[in-house]
Design a protein around this ligand. Structure first.
Ligand SMILES: Nc1nc2c(ncn2[C@@H]2O[C@H](COP(=O)(O)OP(=O)(O)OP(=O)(O)O)[C@@H](O)[C@H]2O)c(=O)[nH]1
Ligand SMILES: [Mg+2]
Length: 247
């Protein structure tokens, strides 16, 4: 093999996302936040889920149209005793997945408080998706879809129901939130270069590793380098979205 062939083989994509977005997952204890997130990142139900202590972090890269988006996911504890700790992670969030349990009216009754905290501390353009989880337990339902949908409309948030157990709809809240944030960027309402926006440009860098293990970066941030070409096209955000699992 010629030396140039080695060079070509050693070129690999290091960072391949266009945007990095910070999400928080919030809501009362036991509503299924950790299970929802686990299904989204691992494509399976999280057996024997325990109460979250403080905050847990995970991530996944998704594809919306032409854009690759890395989601930083902060799963927060719902228990009251962790409230002051978890609130400190709300700062600068671009998206909030607000979860209640459709079989628990109590978890629905407290939504306003969770929303108020998120709006007070998150990004000024915070996108919120209300999620009624445990839709598989229809027989024990205490909160009707129509009532939750009205609440969502009144509070200007998106809404859908999911089941972390069956996997039904588990991707939708995360993708809906990302799409809404992308549209804010497209409209100019949200500037990823502004501190506290909860979104930043990703570095689409190429890593070239030569035989002496020297690293060099082939490109700078797409956003900063080609500022004029970073505006999204609405056609990129067509409903036929696809995902790639990653961390
Ligand atoms: N039937 C059903 N059970 C679920 C579902 N999602 C979660 N659970 C169960 O609900 C319980 C709580 O789930 P968690 O994901 O740990 O709840 P959480 O909201 O993260 O709770 P905290 O970490 O304390 O805030 C567990 O026993 C799960 O097995 C679901 O979609 N359907
Ligand atoms: Mg949890």
């Amino acid at each position: 093999m010629a030396i140039n062939d080695y060079d070509a083989d050693a070129t690999e994509l290091l960072e391949t996302y266009d945007f990095l977005m910070k999400y928080i997952i919030i809501g009362e204890a036991g509503t299924g936040k950790s299970c929802l997130l686990h299904h989204f990142t691992h494509n399976s139900f999280k057996e024997h889920s325990q109460h979250t202590i403080g905050v847990e972090f995970s991530s996944r890269t998704v594809k919306l149209g032409e854009k690759r988006i890395k989601l930083q996911l902060w799963d927060t504890a719902g228990q009251e005793r962790f409230r002051s700790v978890t609130r400190s992670y709300y700062r600068g969030a671009a998206g909030a997945i607000l979860v209640y349990d459709i079989t628990s009216r109590a978890s629905f009754a407290n939504l306003s408080r969770w929303l108020a905290d998120a709006r007070a501390l998150g990004s000024p353009n915070l996108v919120v998706v209300l999620v009624g989880n445990k839709s598989d337990r229809e027989d024990e339902r205490e909160v009707e879809w129509a009532e939750a949908s009205r609440w969502a409309a009144d509070h200007d948030v998106h809404f859908l129901e999911t089941s972390s157990l069956t996997g039904d709809n588990v991707e939708a809240p995360f993708l809906l939130c990302a799409r809404s944030i992308l549209l804010s960027i497209e409209s100019g309402a949200l500037d990823p270069e502004k501190a506290g926006s909860g979104v930043s440009y990703g570095d689409r860098a190429l890593r070239r590793v030569n035989s002496s293990s020297r690293l060099s970066f082939g490109s700078l941030s797409v956003g900063r380098r080609n500022r004029g070409s970073t505006r999204l096209k609405l056609k990129d955000l067509v409903p036929g979205t696809s995902n790639s699992r990653c961390c």
